[in-house]
Design a protein around this ligand. Structure first.
Ligand code: ADP
Ligand code: MG
Length: 353
């Protein structure tokens, strides 16, 4: 008994150390959505893991082609038809995103608003490297805000779409990656993978474990330098962070980042980063963006409306705001920061959705 237990421990240590002959930790990396995608698979054969990683890479490639708002392709054509207001059949890769985009946008009180493609376009944030850009004229921003494009301007009838507002332009930048990860995880599970992390530049979904040890995820500091906290994944969860350091340009001494407040048309102020945990990545991605826009004063009510329990927001002064549920889950490394714990996210007073 004791001997076999010792062998098990030894085998585990060897596996973790990476010198076990049939090493069960498979890692791979490819480029998609303009970021590196890291995939880690545990407990599958080398061949099974390799095939699964290739399948996921192909999935991401197809999604990227379909959802690029500025290339001719399914989303480009959809945007043309939304702008002229005719009724048309939605491409199959587009319809589910319009549906979940509508629901999530409504629940976020339109702070997450994937219909603001013209604003994103005006700021130049569709560009993978916006450095060297400058802000669009204020009059242009005011007009784009006044046009008030909303996901609810799109009527869905079966597979047909029609927009009642010509200023609607879809941009899936704030939740396309999340939706993509959800599809890819579904595919991985269909291929028999039981333990994996799919990580697109810090936004990830993890399921299973690493040889029985929970996945431990590092959350970057808002300035991008070092780790602010770690989170242990329980079961199958998505951890998403939206930060002002992801994509930005500087002009006349001021930094302009890529998360736009649809109410003002300008980059959202008051927040440096937001991290959320949620079972599905689509919701987590949309919520991280919405709560970033909501800022230190409003994140709590929007998170409740969106059904998000675990939230950490770092404000412009570097203080941490978080739900008590998140506090329980986090191992905070930056213990010297001012930390404000909100009332619980669930329990009495929770609004239904
Ligand atoms: P990242 O992609 O860096 O993780 P987000 O998920 O927050 O960051 O997505 C930001 C992208 O979403 C922007 O580049 C833009 O394309 C789009 N976007 C910006 N502001 C909003 C908004 N308020 N609602 C919906 N989409 C937005
Ligand atoms: Mg997002």
């Amino acid at each position: 008994m004791r001997k076999s237990a010792l062998y098990t421990v030894l085998a585990l240590l060897l596996q973790l150390g990476g010198c076990y002959p049939d090493r069960p930790v498979y890692t791979d990396r490819f480029l998609a959505f303009g970021t590196l995608v890291d995939i880690t698979i545990v407990g599958a054969s080398q061949q099974q893991a390799q095939e699964a990683a290739r399948a996921v890479e192909e999935d991401f490639l197809k999604m990227h082609e379909a959802w690029h708002a500025w290339n001719p392709g399914p989303l480009g054509r959809t945007n043309e038809q939304l702008a002229v207001g005719i009724q048309f059949p939605a491409p199959p890769m587009i319809l589910p995103l319009v549906k979940s985009g509508q629901a999530l946008s409504a629940r976020s009180r339109h702070l997450f608003n994937p219909a603001v493609g013209h604003l994103i376009d005006a700021w130049g944030f569709h560009d993978d490297n916006p450095e060297g850009h400058h802000p669009p004229p204020d009059a242009m921003i005011q007009e784009l805000v006044l046009n008030n494009p909303r996901m609810s301007d799109i009527r869905i009838e079966g597979i047909n779409l029609q927009s009642s507002n010509p200023s609607v332009k879809l941009d899936f930048g704030a939740f396309g990656k999340g939706y993509g990860i959800d599809l890819a995880v579904k595919h991985l599970k269909e291929l028999g993978i039981k333990n994996a992390i799919l990580n697109t530049g810090g936004d990830l979904r993890a399921f299973g474990s690493r040889n029985g040890i929970p996945w431990n995820i590092a959350i970057r500091r808002p300035d991008g330098a070092g780790v602010i906290a770690t989170i242990k994944v329980s079961g199958d969860e998505s951890i998403f962070t939206s930060g002002d350091y992801e994509r930005y340009f500087s002009w006349r001494g001021k930094r302009y980042h890529h998360i736009i407040d649809p109410r003002t048309g300008y980059p959202a102020e008051g927040t440096r980063s937001v991290t959320v945990i949620h079972p599905d990545s689509t919701t987590a991605d949309a919520a991280a963006t919405a709560l970033f826009v909501a800022g230190p004063d409003m994140w709590h009510e929007i998170a409740r409306d969106m059904g998000i329990e675990f939230v950490m927001l770092i404000d412009a002064e570097g203080a941490i705001h978080m739900s008590p549920e998140m506090e329980q889950r986090l191992e905070l490394l930056d213990t010297d920061r001012k930390t404000i714990i909100s009332p619980p996210m669930t329990g009495s007073g929770t609004r239904g959705s």
